[in-house]
Write a protein that binds this ligand. Structure first.
Ligand code: GTP
Ligand code: MG
Length: 381
């Protein structure tokens, strides 16, 4: 018989000492009570909330297992053996008893009063740096919700200047917010043999790309993940660009072009030992780029180009390059506690609301924001 209860595995799949299964919903205590015998002899509904109790799980198949149960005010946690099989068997027992199994993000989404906090918790599991995690933690604590509500109040009361200024600030921050999980794409390109691969290795701090003193060494696009000043970055090394390339090399040049088109920032690398390096144009004008002259140790006296000078072999100038990359990608990092929209769902709602505001429909703009601040059935990232 179906119960008003759901069950979810909270710990990630794979090896682990302990797995945590959570049972929620109106009938959660009754469901767990059917299976759990506390060693102290008391029934689950008599157990003190927020205290852990050791006992035995009675499984339909097999001998069951010894585990720990903790009754919370709205749900029950079961902490048992880790791995895949042990929690799967507990979940199966509960599903057979009438509980509904739910993926943990859906559980979080459906049980949270604040969808922004729920989305931030989900995103936190994918945050790769402390800096991005700290920004998401601010949203868990309510930064985005507060600002969102401020905009709604301003729209509803007709305070349009405050509403549009706050929305503009949110829109600016969303450019960063959408890169808290998805890294910025930075693509290195330039003529053959200028030191692109050596520079990638210098940025990463280890030998990822093959370096060789002959042109045409890198053929395919090679991507690597790193973090610069706490911002997640995907670095792509590409084949040296030259017009006469043919065969495999020509394919590499074409892939390099495709990679550049997807980039958030293109690093154009030139050889500082040449007085007039061949100019490379970035297709798709308006694409952000930085000009770098590598091999500054062999700098030609005839070179008068402007850019960042590096020596990829010694690391000289690489710090300036990192600084320039970060300042270009993240010109206005959020202040501590600032509201940052970070999912496409939030940004879509914000844009739709702004469109209504521009069309002189503040009440509709407010309604769109209000709808996006309510918990819905679908989780989108
Ligand atoms: N003197 C000097 N040599 C460098 C510097 N950076 C790279 N090199 C050398 O330049 C040569 C080419 O380096 P790579 O990093 O393979 O150059 P690339 O641009 O990736 O070359 P392709 O993949 O063939 O397009 C190697 O012998 C490097 O050791 C530098 O700053 N100064
Ligand atoms: Mg290379």
């Amino acid at each position: 018989m179906n119960k008003q209860a759901f069950v979810s595995l909270l710990t990630p799949p794979g090896r682990g000492a302990v797995a945590t299964v959570v049972v929620g919903g109106q009938d959660c205590v009754a469901c767990v009570a059917e299976r759990f015998d506390a060693a102290c002899g008391r029934r689950l509904d008599e157990l003190v909330i927020d205290r852990i109790f050791f006992g035995r799980w009675r499984s339909r198949e097999g001998p069951g297992e010894e585990l720990v149960v903790c009754r919370r005010s709205d749900w029950v946690e079961i902490h048992g053996h880790g791995g895949r099989a042990a929690p799967a068997s507990i979940i199966q027992d509960l599903v057979e008893d009438g509980c509904r199994e739910m993926a943990w993000p859906d559980l979080l989404w459906q049980t949270s009063a604040d969808p922004f906090a729920a989305e931030a918790c989900i995103a936190l599991t994918q945050a790769r740096t402390q800096r991005t995690a700290a920004i998401l933690m601010d949203q868990v604590r309510g930064a985005l919700r507060e600002q969102w509500e401020k905009v709604i109040r301003a729209l509803e009361s007709g305070d349009i200047p405050t509403a549009s200024a706050s929305m503009e600030e949110l829109t600016q921050q969303s450019c960063i917010g959408l890169h808290l999980i998805q890294p910025y794409r930075v693509v290195l390109c330039g003529p053959p043999n200028v030191g692109k691969s050596t520079l990638i290795n210098a940025l990463l701090g280890y030998q990822r790309s093959i370096v060789y003193d002959q042109p045409g060494t890198t053929r395919d696009v090679l991507t690597t993940h790193t973090a610069l000043e706490g911002w997640p970055i995907e670095l792509s090394d590409t084949a040296g660009l030259r017009d006469q390339a043919s065969g495999v090399e020509a394919e590499g040049v074409e892939r390099s072009r495709q990679q550049r088109e997807k980039a958030d920032l293109v690093l154009l690398i030139y050889d500082a030992s040449q007085s007039s390096p061949e100019v490379i144009l970035t297709e798709g004008s308006g694409q952000q780029h930085l000009t770098i002259y590598n091999k500054m140790d062999q700098r030609s006296s005839g070179l008068d180009g402007e850019g960042i000078f590096t020596n990829a072999l010694t690391g000289d100038g690489v710090g300036d390059l990192v600084k320039a990359i970060v300042e270009t990608l993240v010109p206005l990092p959020p202040r501590a506690g600032q509201a940052v929209p970070f999912t496409h769902r939030q940004v879509k709602a914000l844009k739709a609301s702004q469109v209504q505001l521009f069309s002189d429909q503040p009440q509709t703009a407010a309604a769109i924001l209000r709808a996006a601040a309510r918990v819905g059935p679908v989780v989108s990232s």
